[in-house]
Design a protein. Structure first.
Lengths: 391, 90
């Protein structure tokens, strides 16, 4: 499995979050010497036909959990303890789905992947793991902005390489690894959703001419309560009334009822809340258009959550992060969101949201949060290093 | 009560109960109702805290003032350009 041959890389996904990651990673790796395949994991999949339409030709592979964990095979699929160092990985590589696969690059440690690595669950003691030569290299990305990073490190301790954001988490992960005596050999900085922006921010005057629209980028579970989400709709209605020459769009991530099995299940959907608004202005509307289309049409983007904020900053869209909403104290994601973006200069008060006061992101914060654009090359380097050091 | 439930959730019995609640719908329903009731009570207590009441009242008052400013300026929705640039989903 070692040598200079371009690696064959599997990019597994099972829901919209992991599909976004897989697509972004494929785009990063496309110009580089490797082969990538998008693999839909059917076990626990939570994707609607509309969301799958983001892949016009469908996934390259469809796998069930057994495929990834080694087909019919062997004791590793059970993953129930023991020292992995000496275990055979032959079952894994002999599974038809993994034949020829050199690396798995993933945003999430899916259960079959955990089984592949012999991960025993969050309560099991962490053990040093070395890769059997026949097992594909596993490169895992800490899922976007992880508000409980040590739990994320523990979930990924058996991966061969881990990429984290922000930059300070690299040192944190290495310190954690020394403390627990286990963890990935390779730790690096980056995430495809956190590539350094190519422009700092669109000029606000240019962004306003020709008139562009105002977008709110919604998320399923933050804000959390009905009152807080209704408040967001009321703020957007107020903006729409103030700017009758623009449309204020609520950019939905899910349609109502979509992704009922998703990790982040939406309890109070915006279409329902907007329908309940007595005097909704006609220029307040809902859209489920692709993110890129929304960002292209956005004079500014307002959001309460990290993934959309990162996308907006990366695209140079004037961004406002609004966390002062009604009942924000009931939302467990609000304090870490405020902490993470506190130095960005993008956290906006209600007054700033209403009056369109937009600031450019702080350069120091950007350098800490957004990684150099050579991430694809570094992923390939991590794969090569892990293949070269197989146990 | 919420603290007690969280501690219970960390015990081996709590984790067994959580697993069982996913396997048996009647138990899952019971655990769901209990969790929702505890959370509802916890939220009600948090909403009553003076600092939180002041925060919500201030935010709502600021929004109402902004709306009043807008309405006094009376923008003309009927002739606003750009309203039909793209069909809305709903």
């Amino acid at each position: 499995m070692t040598g200079p041959t371009p690696p064959d890389i599997l990019l597994p996904f099972s829901d919209d979050s992991t599909l976004f990651f897989a697509q972004a990673m494929r785009a990063l790796l496309a110009p580089l010497p490797c082969r990538t395949r998008l693999a839909l994991l059917t076990e626990g999949a939570a994707l609607s036909p509309r969301q799958l339409a983001a892949l016009p030709h469908g996934p390259d592979l469809t796998l069930n959990g057994g495929d990834l964990a080694g087909g019919s095979g062997g004791d590793l699929a059970g993953g129930s303890g023991g020292d992995l160092t000496g275990r055979s990985g032959g079952d894994l590589a002999s599974g038809p789905a993994l034949a020829g696969v050199d690396a798995i690059v993933t945003a999430r440690m899916f259960p079959p992947l955990q089984a592949l690595l012999g991960y025993d669950g969050p309560d099991a003691p962490l053990r040093p793991v070395s890769r059997p030569p026949a097992r594909p290299v596993v490169v895992s990305f800490q899922g976007g902005l992880d508000f409980t990073p040590e739990r994320g490190f523990a979930h990924r301790h058996a991966a061969d390489a881990v990429f984290v954001v922000p930059r300070g988490q690299v040192a944190a992960c290495r310190t954690w690894r020394r403390r627990v005596g286990a963890g990935p050999q390779i730790v690096d900085f980056g995430h495809p959703a956190f590539l350094a922006p190519q422009i700092l921010q669109r000029d606000v005057a240019q962004a306003l001419e020709p008139p562009r629209d105002i977008y709110f980028f919604a998320q399923a579970i933050s804000p959390l309560t009905r009152a807080s989400r209704r408040h967001i709709v009321e703020v957007l209605a107020a903006l729409a009334r103030r700017h009758p020459d623009r449309t204020v769009w609520i950019k939905l991530r899910h349609l109502p009822g979509e992704n009922a099995d998703h990790l982040h299940r939406e309890r109070h959907d915006y279409p329902g809340l907007l329908a309940g608004l007595a005097d909704a202005p006609p220029n307040l509307a809902l859209t489920a258009c692709p993110m890129a289309e929304a960002m292209a049409g956005a004079a500014r983007g307002i959001t309460c959550t990290s993934t959309a904020a990162a996308d907006l900053v990366q695209a140079g869209v004037p961004t406002q992060i609004y966390v002062d909403y009604v009942e924000n104290y009931l939302d467990p994601l609000m304090p870490p969101m405020r902490r993470l973006f506190g130095a960005s200069g993008l956290v906006a008060s209600l007054d700033e949201v209403l009056h369109g006061v937009v600031r450019a992101p702080d350069p120091d914060w950007l350098a800490d949060m957004f990684c150099p654009r050579d991430l694809g090359e570094r992923v390939l380097a991590a794969i090569a290093a892990a293949r070269g050091s197989a146990g | 009560m919420a603290g007690v439930l969280k501690m219970l959730g960390r015990t081996r019995f709590g984790q067994w109960l959580w697993t069982q609640s996913h396997r048996r719908s009647w138990l899952g329903g019971g655990v769901g109702v209990l969790t929702a009731a505890v959370r509802s009570a916890e939220w009600a207590a948090l909403r009553r805290l003076p600092a939180h009441r002041r925060h919500d009242a201030a935010v709502r008052a600021r929004l109402a003032a902004f709306e009043a400013e807008t309405r006094s300026a009376a923008p003309d929705f009927g002739t606003a350009p750009g309203l039909a640039r793209r069909p809305a989903l709903w």
